[in-house]
Design a protein around this ligand. Structure first.
Ligand code: FES
Length: 83
């Protein structure tokens, strides 16, 4: 997500790009699916409400991993506010 923002010309902050420093955190405004928090910056308690995410390593994922071709999972979508 961070690289996509940068390619889109969004002024972002980052340092480690490994989910350690938290500089790339963005506020989540709307979420369809779940956030796959892959960072080590937030505690489990901080990750639980899905209010923010480290956009260098974390992503939105569909909520139903047991999808089939006849019953596909819905796409994941996250709307963020960039500082
Ligand atoms: S750049 Fe350090 S956590 Fe994303």
């Amino acid at each position: 997500m961070l690289e996509a923002l940068e390619r889109g010309g969004v002024d972002t902050m980052s340092d480690c790009r490994r989910g350690e420093c938290g500089l790339c955190q963005v506020k989540i405004l709307e979420l369809s699916g779940e956030v796959d928090h892959r960072d080590v910056f937030y505690s489990d308690r901080q990750k639980a409400p899905n209010a923010t995410m480290c956009c260098c390593v974390s992503r939105a994922v569909a909520t139903r991993p047991d999808s089939t071709p006849e019953n596909p999972a819905q796409s994941a979508l996250v709307t963020i506010d960039v500082p």
